[in-house]
Write a protein that binds this ligand. Structure first.
Ligand SMILES: Cc1cc2nc3c(=O)[nH]c(=O)nc-3n(C[C@H](O)[C@H](O)[C@H](O)COP(=O)(O)O)c2cc1C
Length: 212
């Protein structure tokens, strides 16, 4: 009898795993270059970590805004960054999952700590905690960045509300956010807030227009 119940549990678990694997969405990473014709010799890297794609779009908007301010900018996944020595400033962004920065973003800071210490670095995060813009939620979101802050202290941090689209999630993540944590669907990203943050970031990154 016990064996039969165990078998049912195993079958249920395997079905969940299969569903999860089948439903897994692959996201389209971007690798872009903005402001190529800029007279500025200083170059900024905007590197991101994302699971469902919304942080990529935020990174892209930040890259475009920095370039509109006169900078030469590369926007790419942290996983695709080969050499940070060619950059004079770094902007690092991560989606938040289960109260944490994505592991590849933390690993990136760990692996490049020595170089990053010599550069102005800014962080931004994208998460659903921030869909309510209260002091309490901002405090919670700000604490997500503590593991990065202990390694490299940033010149600025952007805390942005994210996007929840159940169809972009694998089966298990969908069950967690929809039925257990009950996070509502919706796109809470405020592009004005995101672009304003990027506009004010340039001087903090040590990049001043018309500087060559
Ligand atoms: C499984 C799961 C866990 C999440 N956990 C958190 C969390 O702890 N805090 C938070 O603010 N947002 C959380 N979110 C929301 C995401 O951070 C938000 O949807 C973000 O826009 C996702 O970025 P991405 O599309 O680049 O992956 C979670 C989302 C999922 C699917």
């Amino acid at each position: 009898m016990k064996l039969r119940i165990l078998n049912y549990w195993m079958m249920g678990f395997m079905t969940l795993l299969v569903f999860s694997a089948c439903n897994d969405q692959t996201i389209k990473l971007i690798d872009k270059r903005y402001g190529e014709n800029s007279t500025m010799t200083k170059k900024i890297l905007v590197a991101y970590g994302s699971r469902a794609g919304s942080t990529i779009e935020v990174a892209d908007a930040i890259g475009k805004t920095l370039a509109a301010g006169g900078a030469a900018v590369d926007v790419k996944s942290v996983k695709d960054v080969k050499d940070i020595k060619i950059y004079q400033a770094i902007v690092l962004g991560s989606a938040i999952r289960k109260g944490q920065i994505l592991p590849e973003v933390t690993s990136f800071v760990q692996a490049n700590k020595t170089e990053l210490q010599k550069l102005p670095v800014a962080y931004f995060i994208v998460g659903m905690t921030l869909r309510e813009n209260t002091e309490e939620k901002r405090k919670i979101a700000n604490a997500y960045l503590d593991p990065l802050r202990t390694m490299i202290n940033p010149v600025d941090t952007g805390l942005f509300a994210g996007k929840m689209d159940y169809s972009s999630l694998d089966f298990i993540s969908k069950v967690i956010v929809k039925y257990l944590v009950r996070v509502p669907e919706g796109d809470y990203r405020d592009w004005t807030v995101i672009k304003n943050w990027a506009t004010h970031l340039l001087p903090k990154l040590g990049i001043i227009k018309n500087q060559t």
